[in-house]
Design a protein around this ligand. Structure first.
Ligand code: HSE
Length: 405
């Protein structure tokens, strides 16, 4: 079967490489058809690339090739990926993607368009890189009411935090290393400010509860305020700091969803997820906690998921897979700061006596080199709004959520 690839960056070139190197196994998995890359769309030139004859700068070469039934979109960004994907689906071609920004922003429209045209829009690679999570959540866990999801969803920030925690490496050196390894987004702001994890939270929340969640509904905080001092205090109590996406079911009409650094205690399945690895912990009412773990970014792991979707789309070229979600609403995602109670880590310029007078149940933390006028402590459970009220008048240096996953 003829296929095409749009975007020949880290993931797209990985897709072509996996198709080239795994042709035998792909043929077995599709039931006899091989995937033959007929076009590669990219505005850049790749002189000397062994696929030089397949490159085009004109999207219409793919759209108008009637033999192309499945297209991998690995361009990233909303436009022109949205326009191209819409036209392909409308033309009766299935599209698979690793583009989490597009699925988070426009997934509902694209899934509806695929439905109308009897084709598939698949996005296994959009969350967790190579980790199977979209199908397990939508199919294998279908019998459960999902109570919540917590995930380490961004490989770059997990890599940076791991280097800070284990090697005392500074933030910028660790980021540079992640970029050199091909983990980071083109603009790494999306990684370190949590936007990439936010998009993945949107996709997981939409899938888990059947209503589209948009990025502007998910409160998002990145890792740029995390210091080696915070790492050290939390380490003294057997915890680590992770960038977590958290989703909680409240009622059929309300969920909470947010991205932030979070303290994870040792003993949690998420605590030992290091480097570029991602993990997604899903809490179901029948199954309990299940955790999906694996490489969350990188060329071949992500390509592995994209090509698996291409195989699936090729197998189901005459059949629509039932997959997706419906419309959400503006007030569907609540303000977690007033609704969700949890403990917090607080670091402040203050004396212990002042803190003891303000909070009832607290645990103080220590670190080597702790200044005499600095305290760090874990509060009992409360909403973030309540915490902020209590902290009024205290010279706060940092506040980090503590997760119960
Ligand atoms: N920049 C992303 C990450 C790539 O680091 O996880 C995979 O989505």
């Amino acid at each position: 079967m003829k296929v095409a690839v749009m975007g020949y960056g880290t993931v797209g070139s990985g897709v072509v490489e996996v198709i080239d190197t795994h042709s035998d196994i792909i043929k077995k998995r599709t039931g006899g058809d091989s995937l033959e890359v007929a076009h590669i769309l990219d505005l850049r030139d790749f002189p000397g690339d062994s696929h030089e004859a397949l490159f085009t700068k004109d999207f219409n070469d793919i759209l108008n090739d009637e033999e192309v039934k499945v297209v991998a979109e690995t361009m990233g960004g909303v436009e022109p990926a949205f326009t191209f994907t819409s036209k392909l689906l409308a033309a009766g071609k299935s599209v698979v993607t690793s583009n989490k920004e597009l699925v988070a922003q426009k997934g509902l429209e694209l899934l509806e368009l695929a439905e109308e045209n009897g084709v598939n829009y698949l996005f296994e690679a959009s969350v967790g890189g190579g980790i199977p999570i979209i199908r397990p959540m939508s199919q294998c866990l279908a019998a459960n009411n999902i109570e919540g999801v917590a995930g380490i969803l961004n490989g770059t920030t997990n890599f940076i935090l791991t280097k800070m925690i284990e090697d005392d490496m500074d933030f910028s050196d660790a980021l540079k290393l992640a970029q050199d390894n091909g983990y980071a987004e083109k603009d790494p702001t999306a990684d370190i400010e949590g936007f990439d994890a936010c998009r993945k939270v949107c996709i997981l929340a939409s899938l888990a509860f059947g209503k589209h969640v948009y990025p502007n509904q998910v409160a998002t905080e990145g890792i740029t305020n995390i210091t080696l001092e915070d790492v050290s205090y939390i380490h003294s109590m057997n915890g680590v700091i992770k960038l977590l996406g958290q989703i909680k079911y409240i009622s059929d009409d309300k969920i909470a969803a947010f991205v932030s650094p979070a303290v994870v205690w040792h003993g949690s399945q998420l605590a030992s997820v290091n480097d570029v690895f991602n993990a997604i912990l899903v809490r179901g009412d029948a199954v309990g906690d299940v955790c999906f773990y694996g490489p969350g970014a990188g060329k071949l792991p992500t390509a592995s998921a994209v090509v698996a979707d291409m195989v699936d789309a090729a197998k189901h070229v005459e059949r629509k897979k039932i997959f997706g979600w419906g419309a959400g609403s503006e007030d569907y995602v609540v303000d977690y700061k007033s609704e969700i109670e949890m403990p917090f880590y607080v670091r402040a310029k203050a004396q212990e006596s002042k803190i003891k007078g303000t909070f009832t149940a607290i645990r103080f933390l220590n670190r080597i080199g702790q200044p005499s006028d600095e305290v760090a402590f874990i509060t009992d459970k409360m909403t973030e709004n309540k915490l902020m009220q209590k902290l009024e008048g205290i010279d706060v240096i940092n506040v980090i959520k503590v997760t119960n996953y």
